[in-house]
Ligand binder design. Structure first.
Ligand code: PRX
Length: 629
């Protein structure tokens, strides 16, 4: 890890409209934060009381470094919080999900309808032999059935592992095998930019490498419907049609696992981050309600795919627990034209909009005329997540989308944290480029290698000091990797990000401190891309780095040495890109591939990506004393 370093801080500040502070759910950040610090257990106890439990907790938390338990011995089911309690009250006929397809087709599920669908599908899963604790892999496009599938698993206590529909067969197979999943739920196709993505074909290829999968449930969308392979496949619609309508929720312990979600590791295979039922429900409920300040008549749109943590926490569990109307779309921001998102905001009267900086930068490039064509005046709160929201993008988002009226919550968090950890709460002064301060409920700091806070203006490591309810509990099948988060810097959870604080305690995220690359907000591990490249017959060795990109934040650049007798060519470059795409999916494809005779290595044989990166960016490579001749 690097030492701490000085950072020049740009200071601009937007003072929010005083009305938005007065009306916010957390009208006084400082007071709420000090209330939390005074008694963290009482703070979380109060919030947890707002959810529905079968039985009380013996203790709010049990902290046995680095292992935490939250709401000890309490019982709940997250789906009764997301569905039943709304259906029992005035939200039965309120839209829970409004889905828009690529060609403009629309489907709406009220809370009552979603509840029924989830129960039927949950019974369908049970009829396939799925029991509490079994792992179910979900590999679907962004359709309402994806949300139904997740909630149906949670209903019966099965642990879902959602794999983003943009991943390739090898990435899917690896995740299925690691989780030892019994059932795979997929669809025949996804639609993207007018093309079809053959999900079922990819799933078939993956399943040929996954002995644990017993059945594959296929949602059939194409007309005429594809033929089902009765030996392995089950039709989604018939499964639901045959199932009983009522499915009482499984009583789950607060610490039972809810899901596994894979995230890239800095070394080796992706990590299966494990989240549990109780703490995760409380953390996502609280942050959705307070960070976005959700009101009864809001129309809430988070553009993330449930294949990522943002989709888990802020498309599915948090917003449904709060009981808001959630917009989802299979469409992309610039198809059929760059007005696609803004048209949706206007058509549906979206009030809360949560997206990624890479999308905002893309909109900036298309020009102000696109958002200007639409009525965006319903928007009330804007959010950002996934990578630093640079000041230019902040300004554009604030003025062109928010009309200079909407607070922007730039939320820093991770798959591992499960919920927001740092942001600027609504009503607080906003500083472009800074995510903000720790949310009430989180103790976040910027420290040196030994865990000492660094002074304002000095860069250091972003850490979290105290446990929080929705923290990951372990890495599936590899607790050592879990412990590493808490063993790297004494007394802290190390997030792996570099950051800096200003005099007011605002935190600016600088970027990753390790071998992860954030490409268009997606977390990609160098190791995975390298091993995909090396699995090509022409490649001897590969090293990949992240290269700053004005649109995507970073792109992947690969340096490759070839096997003896193979020569570089454009055809080979294309073939390598195709190979990575097939194996890992389009997100992991290098934007550039450079052929080299040798890669820079340490004397012990480790590839020095840092040297490649410095050369690429024309920077000082730092200490190269360990570089071999
Ligand atoms: O580097 C940080 C970046 O995304 C990483 C977490 O990635 P992932 O687990 O895929 O979750 C993404 C969605 C929460 C972090 O370690 N990151 C996330 N949010 C921000 C961010 N960087 C800067 N500002 C943010 N708001």
């Amino acid at each position: 890890m690097a030492e701490s370093f000085a950072v020049k801080l740009e200071e601009r500040c937007y003072l929010p409209d005083p009305r938005c502070r007065a009306n916010a759910r957390v009208p006084d950040y400082a007071r709420e934060y000090s209330e939390f610090v005074r008694d963290p257990e009482a703070f979380w106890d109060r919030i947890a009381q707002e959810l529905e439990w079968y039985g009380p907790w013996e203790r709010v938390r049990e902290w046995n470094y680095p292992y935490a338990k939250w709401f000890v011995s309490a019982k709940l089911n997250i789906t009764t919080n997301c569905l039943d309690r709304h259906v029992a009250g005035p939200r039965r006929d309120k839209p829970a999900i409004i889905w828009r397809g690529e060609e403009g087709e629309e489907r709406t599920y009220t809370y009552g309808e979603l509840h029924r669908e989830v129960m039927r599908f949950a019974n369908g899963l049970r009829s396939l032999g799925v029991e509490k604790g079994d792992r179910v892999c979900i590999y679907m496009p962004l359709v309402p059935e994806l949300v139904v599938a997740m909630l149906a698993c949670a209903r019966i206590g099965a642990v879902h592992s959602v794999v983003f529909g943009g991943f390739g067969a090898d990435a899917l197979a690896m995740r299925i095998n690691d989780a030892d999943a019994k059932i795979l739920i997929t669809a025949d196709v996804g639609y993207r930019r007018g093309k079809t993505i053959p999900l079922r074909e990819i799933a078939k290829e993956a399943v040929s490498q996954t002995p644990s999968i017993e059945r594959v449930v296929v949602l059939r969308r194409e007309e005429p419907a594809v033929e089902i392979d009765p030996a392995l496949e089950v039709d989604y619609a018939s499964l639901t049609a045959k199932a009983a309508p009522d499915c009482p929720a499984e009583v789950m312990d607060a610490e039972d696992p809810l899901f596994i979600l894979y995230t890239s590791g800095s070394t080796g295979a992706p990590k299966g981050i494990v989240h549990t039922c109780g703490g995760y429900a409380v953390g996502t409920y609280y942050t959705t309600k307070c960070v976005f300040d959700v009101r009864e008549d809001d129309v809430y749109w988070c553009t993330a795919d449930p294949g990522w943590i943002t989709g888990h926490s802020y498309v599915v569990y948090g917003p449904l627990a709060v009981g808001t109307t959630v917009v989802i779309t299979e469409g992309t921001p610039d198809y059929p034209d760059p007005g696609a998102y803004w048209r949706l905001v206007e058509d549906l009267g979206v009030t809360i909009f949560y997206t990624a900086p890479t999308a905002i930068r893309m909109f900036m490039r298309y020009g102000d005329e696109w958002p200007a064509k639409y009525d965006l005046s319903t928007l009330r709160v804007l959010g950002s997540v996934g990578e630093p929201l640079n000041p230019e993008a902040f300004e554009w988002y604030y003025h062109r989308i928010g009309g200079g009226q909407c607070p922007i919550v730039d939320t820093w968090w991770q798959t591992e944290t499960g919920m927001h950890m740092v942001t600027t709460m609504i009503g607080e002064p906003m500083k472009p480029g800074f995510a903000g301060k720790p949310i009430p409920g989180a103790v976040v700091d910027v420290v040196d290698k030994s865990g000492n806070p660094v002074p304002p203006g000095t860069g250091g490591f972003l850490v979290i000091r105290e446990p929080w309810p929705s923290m990951m509990r372990t890495v599936h099948g590899n607790d050592e990797r879990y412990c590493k988060y808490w063993n790297t810097i004494p007394g802290c959870y190390t997030a792996g990000d570099l950051a800096v604080k200003d005099e007011d305690g605002y935190i600016m995220i600088i970027g990753r401190a390790d071998d992860l690359i954030i490409v268009a907000g997606h977390n990609i591990g160098t190791a995975e891309v390298e091993s995909a490249l090396v699995s090509h017959e022409a490649v001897a060795e590969a090293a990949v780095i992240g290269k700053p990109d004005p649109l995507k934040g970073n792109v992947i650049k690969a340096f490759v040495t070839l096997r003896v007798g193979v020569s570089p060519s454009d055809d080979l470059t294309e073939d390598l890109a195709h190979h990575v795409k097939k194996s890992l999916g389009p997100v992991a494809v290098p934007a550039e591939i450079e052929y080299m005779d040798r890669l820079p290595k340490t004397r012990s044989g480790k590839i020095m990506r840092r040297v490649l990166k410095a050369r690429e960016l024309g920077m000082d490579p730092g200490d190269i004393s360990t570089l071999e001749e």
